[in-house]
Design a protein around this ligand. Structure first.
Ligand SMILES: [Zn+2]
Length: 241
């Protein structure tokens, strides 16, 4: 069962004929306020703020924003959300280079795809992540000084500095894009930069045996999660992956 201090925040966006849902996550901590995990595509801030308002959460209630990795659909609205909330931003040191614009974005979208989108959205995505400085570094295996002391799990592969968050007592994992879900099925992370490392990370996550898993692409899984992770780890790298 999903612990009561964790709440998925599904953000729906219609980009022309493409509909997508990103499952961001909120972590409630009485002492340290609310943490938001990931920020969606560029231009998602209004949907996110509206979704928070529906939950009676004010922008200033968000004290920390954790970014699992520097892909556009995770770091895209970080800058605007930081401005609106005043939250501290956190990512791994590797991903911070891409989010801050020090290194060029590693997965530019193709024009073949962009041309199918409404022109204003295409232009926003063409410009990439609005760069923002990350003040705080996520260290592998450390526990956060907020967010119920979630454990930082290095899960490289999808991107080099990807991290997941684990709550050992609640056996709950916020997996970012280290794994994805399609309905009740777990699937190998698409668009991974290093599939071998991504598989190693899935093995690592399987060893944690979480009961609950939140995948940004796919949502919340609560049934047979340890077995599903074991099976995904055993299946190896898919041919099309
Ligand atoms: Zn993603």
């Amino acid at each position: 069962m999903l612990p009561d201090f964790i709440r998925p925040l599904p953000i729906h966006r219609q980009l022309g004929s493409f509909a997508r849902t990103d499952y961001l996550t909120l972590i409630q901590d009485e002492q340290h306020g609310i943490t938001l995990v990931d920020t969606g595509l560029p231009g998602s801030e209004q949907q996110i703020l509206d979704a928070l308002k529906d939950l009676n959460i004010r922008p200033k209630d968000i004290n920390n924003i954790v970014i699992t990795h520097g892909d556009m659909d995770h770091a895209g609205s970080a800058r605007v959300l930081q401005e609106k909330t005043g939250a501290q931003l956190w990512s791994s040191a590797v991903e911070a280079l891409y989010i801050s614009g020090e290194k060029a974005f590693y997965k530019p979208l193709t024009e073949d795809f962009l041309i199918q989108l409404p022109p204003d959205v295409a232009q926003q995505l063409r410009e990439g992540i609005p760069p923002v400085k990350i003040e705080n570094e996520l260290i592998a295996d450390a526990c956060l000084p907020f967010a119920r002391n979630a454990q930082v799990i290095a899960t490289p592969g999808h991107t080099p500095g990807h991290v997941s968050l684990f709550f050992p007592e609640a056996k709950t994992l916020i997996g970012g894009d280290a794994v994805m879900a399609d309905g009740e099925q777990l699937i190998f992370p698409r668009f991974s930069l290093d599939n071998r490392m991504a598989l190693e990370s899935i093995r690592h996550l399987a060893s944690l045996a979480p009961w609950v898993l939140i995948a940004q692409h796919g949502g919340v899984l609560t049934h047979d999660v340890p077995e599903k992770l074991q099976r995904l780890a055993a299946a190896g790298i898919p041919l099309s992956g």
